[in-house]
Structures are given as structure tokens and as C-alpha cells.
Design a protein around this ligand. Structure first.
Ligand code: C5P
Length: 234
């Protein structure tokens, strides 16, 4: 297994609110940028053969500063992303083309709290021959579908339902081909890479995710992550 890593960090983070504070992947938690934490966990994982970070054109200096916060000035390549997450992932995959990696892990920069055990579980499933591997957690809340007026129309049975995490991981040639086909077909609405794999007929294998592996999405997530790390540092 030669595993390439694509970290997507080109989002504008509008949902985190607070205009002027910048994209959430560059906000500080525990004294360092979110993406510095994310990157460090990949840099220190022995199986990472090559790392590509996909950023927005405006964010190059933000990334350079964040890289300085990671021990040992990591060797990473930079690609520039697009208007959707899907386009940003494709830019990262194209950057890895020709590098000789056999597999790729695609990860959201805004998920800094995964651990090496999770990466090992995913890599193990890839090594066992799975073409697509998805870390996920069983849904524990009861799910309600509502109409546009805050009225519940349905309780959705949660048996068998899982919440998808990243890094979603694939045979490199298979996911690149699936992404290229989606782009050529004008499909831009996929919210994760496993969905593109499914759409292209690849079987997707679930492995147990991690409850800590949350996506920092709204402003409150950043504040909670900062508190958590600061408490650990004391
Ligand atoms: O917006 P969402 O929560 O789906 O973002 C998940 C990840 O995808 C974030 O790390 C974000 O920076 C990245 N992204 C991207 N390019 C976009 C949109 C999101 O790289 N156009």
C-alpha cells in the first residue's frame, strides 16, 4: 500500500458565521490553526507517502503560517480548489496523479480530532482489498423529517443508518476515474466521495469511525474544540 493523503481546505466556512474571522480551518484552537492539528496527525502517521493540501487562492499565506506551526516543517504539496468540495477533491487527486500512490485518503481539514488507530483501521480494510472504505458511526439520535413549517411529517427508522466521516479512502485509480466521470457528466452535487464511488458502482466498506472525529462546522464547534485542547494542555 502506498497511501496518498488529500486534505481539502478550500472552503470559505460561511456556516461558521462571524465574517472577518476567516475560514474555520485557519482559526486557532489550542494555540494553533485547526489545519495544523489535522496535518500533524497525518505527518506523524508512518503510512502517509505523500500529502496534498487543497486550498483557496486567497489563503496561501494563511497556510504558510499554519505549516510553521507543525513540527519538522512537513513536506506537503499545494493544489488550488474549486467552488465546491467535489471540485476541490478532484484538484487534489489530479495533483497526486503520477506520484505512484496506490491508494488515497481524502480528509476534511476541519476534522482535527481523528487518531492513528482510525487511520490504521481504514488502511487495514484497503489492504484487505476493499476499493472504497468509509469510517462512520451508527446514528444514535432519533431522526425526524419535518416539512418547511417545523411540523414533523415522519420519524425515520434509524436502524442501519450511519453518519459518514473522513478520511474516506479508495484505490487511487478507481476514485480518480469516478471523480473525472462525475465532473464530465456535470454532476457537482455530491457531498462526499463515498457517494461518488457508490454512483460509479464501487462497493463501499464501512469501518468504525471515532466519536471524537467531529467536523468543526459552526462557530460554537471552534470554541468547544479550543476549550477541549486548552484543558488538555493544562
Ligand atoms: O463545507 P463542508 O463542511 O462540506 O466542508 C468540508 C471540507 O471541505 C472543509 O475542510 C472545507 O475547507 C472543504 N471544502 C473545499 N472546497 C470547497 C468547499 C469545502 O475544500 N469549495
Amino acid at each position: 500500500l502506498s497511501v496518498g493523503i488529500v486534505i481539502v481546505a478550500a472552503g470559505r466556512g460561511e456556516r461558521a458565521g462571524s465574517p472577518g474571522e476567516g475560514p474555520k480551518q485557519y482559526r486557532a484552537i489550542g494555540g494553533r490553526a485547526v489545519i495544523a492539528h489535522t496535518l500533524e496527525r497525518f505527518v506523524t502517521w508512518p503510512q502517509a507517502a505523500k500529502i496534498v493540501i487543497v486550498i483557496h487562492h486567497d489563503d496561501e499565506s494563511l497556510l504558510r503560517s499554519a505549516l510553521k506551526q507543525v513540527a519538522g516543517s512537513p513536506d506537503v504539496e499545494i493544489a488550488f480548489g474549486g467552488a465546491t468540495r467535489q471540485q476541490s477533491v478532484l484538484a487534489g487527486l489530479r495533483q497526486l496523479q503520477g506520484s505512484g500512490v496506490t491508494h488515497v485518503m481524502i480528509h476534511d481539514a476541519v476534522r482535527p480530532f481523528f487518531d492513528h488507530d482510525l487511520l490504521d483501521r481504514v488502511a487495514e480494510a484497503l489492504a484487505a482489498g476493499a476499493p472504497a472504505v468509509l469510517p462512520a458511526m451508527p446514528v444514535t439520535d432519533t431522526l425526524k423529517r419535518a416539512d418547511g413549517h417545523a411540523l414533523v411529517v415522519e420519524t425515520v427508522p434509524r436502524a442501519g443508518l450511519h453518519a459518514a466521516q473522513t478520511p474516506q479512502s479508495f484505490r487511487f485509480a478507481d476514485i480518480l476515474a469516478a471523480h473525472e466521470k462525475a465532473a464530465a457528466d456535470g454532476r457537482t452535487d455530491f457531498t462526499d466521495d463515498a457517494a461518488i464511488a457508490e454512483w460509479n458502482g464501487l462497493p463501499v466498506t464501512l469501518v468504525t469511525g471515532s466519536a471524537d472525529n467531529i467536523k468543526l462546522t459552526i462557530k460554537r464547534d471552534i470554541a468547544m474544540a479550543d476549550e477541549k485542547l486548552s484543558a488538555t494542555l493544562l
